[in-house]
Design a protein. Structure first.
Ligand code: R5P
Length: 322
């Protein structure tokens, strides 16, 4: 059986999230591999590895966040580059996996871009993928190579526990979030409520009803991502209208697209927390009480375990100790 235990590890960072790559390497006590990422005069990207990867167990950390096409293309070029330089095994570490929401044909004559993205990452040379809170768990099946799917839940739960919020209700901002909300509610010893949301367009949602009691309760809502913030801001307004007190909202991925900052500022939200899977733009810091939590130890520990053929699932039992 193939083993990489005797193959030294080398980690490269793409340009999308160098801070997270650096922090992950710090956790692993490794120096980042060296690569020159440049452009041809016409804008095409070019990568040249300065570190030797022959026979190595290689990890490329690249979030496919905005600009999605550019970051995705850079990941593909990186994979091709490392494969042609004779790495023993290549893992694409994708803390934020873009295009995940186009995961089925929800109308006629539309693509399934999540599947296309999985295909091209595999064709470019990835032997494995490590991803975090992809939009839907079934995306794991879109890859025909091993995929380790992490959740930032231990990081977020730990943070929320430290806040010691009393009279707490965890609200699922939509039906798709129900399982996640229920898991947070039991971890935090909180009550559970659910909002029935209808998406009108890519940017507009309508919160139609709330099931569960909110009056006089403090509320936490955690989503996989905050994009235009239509979901979370709409839910916050509804919770406030129904007598909710303090409202704390969070997500693994802070995309903050389009009207997100404006919506979050106007909504009755006391605090927003996200992780560093996507670098936070300067304008996002205008949000009062924004908290950014790092997933570097989580990602680093998973990489260490992949390298040494240890279980990833058991790490979630132990993660509180990291
Ligand atoms: C929906 O299914 C997702 O879990 C998020 O709630 C949604 O994608 C967030 O998007 P937005 O912030 O644009 O409402």
């Amino acid at each position: 059986m193939f083993s990489v235990l005797n193959h030294p590890t080398i980690v490269f960072s793409g340009s999308s999230n160098p801070a997270l790559a650096e922090a992950t390497c710090n956790y692993l006590n490794l120096e980042l591999g060296k690569a020159e990422i440049s452009r041809f005069p016409d804008g095409e990207k070019h990568i040249r590895l300065e570190s030797d990867v022959r026979g190595r167990d290689v990890y490329i950390i690249q979030s496919t966040c905005t600009p999605v096409d550019e970051n995705l293309m850079e990941l593909l070029i990186f994979l091709d580059c490392v494969r042609r330089a004779s790495a023993a095994r290549i893992t694409a570490v994708i803390p934020y996996f873009g295009y995940a929401r186009q995961d089925r044909k929800d109308a006629g004559r539309v693509p399934i871009t999540a599947k296309l993205t999985a295909n091209i990452i595999t064709s470019a040379g990835a032997d494995r993928v490590l991803a975090l809170d992809m939009h839907a768990k079934q995306l794991q099946g879109f890859f025909d190579i091993p995929l380790d799917h992490l959740t930032a839940e231990p990081v977020l739960v730990k943070y929320l526990k430290q806040k010691r919020i009393g009279d707490l209700t965890v609200v699922a901002p939509d039906v798709g979030n129900m399982k996640t909300a229920s898991s947070y509610a039991s971890a935090l010893g909180a009550e559970l409520a659910i909002i029935h949301k209808r998406r009108l367009t890519g940017q507009e949602v309508l919160c139609e009803e709330i099931i569960g009691s909110i009056e006089g309760r403090n509320v936490v809502m955690v989503d996989d991502l905050i994009s235009t913030a239509g979901t979370i801001a709409g839910a916050a307004h509804m919770v406030k209208d129904r007598g909710g007190k303090k409202i704390v909202v969070g997500a693994t991925h802070g995309v903050f697209a389009g009207p997100a900052i404006e919506r979050l500022t106007e909504a009755p939200i006391d605090e927003v927390f996200v992780t560093d899977t996507i670098p936070i733009r300067e304008e996002v810091y205008s949000l009062k009480n924004l908290k950014v939590l790092t997933v570097a130890p989580l990602v680093g520990e998973a990489m260490r375990r992949i390298h040494s053929n240890e279980s990833i699932s058991t790490m979630f039992r132990k993660f509180g100790q990291l």
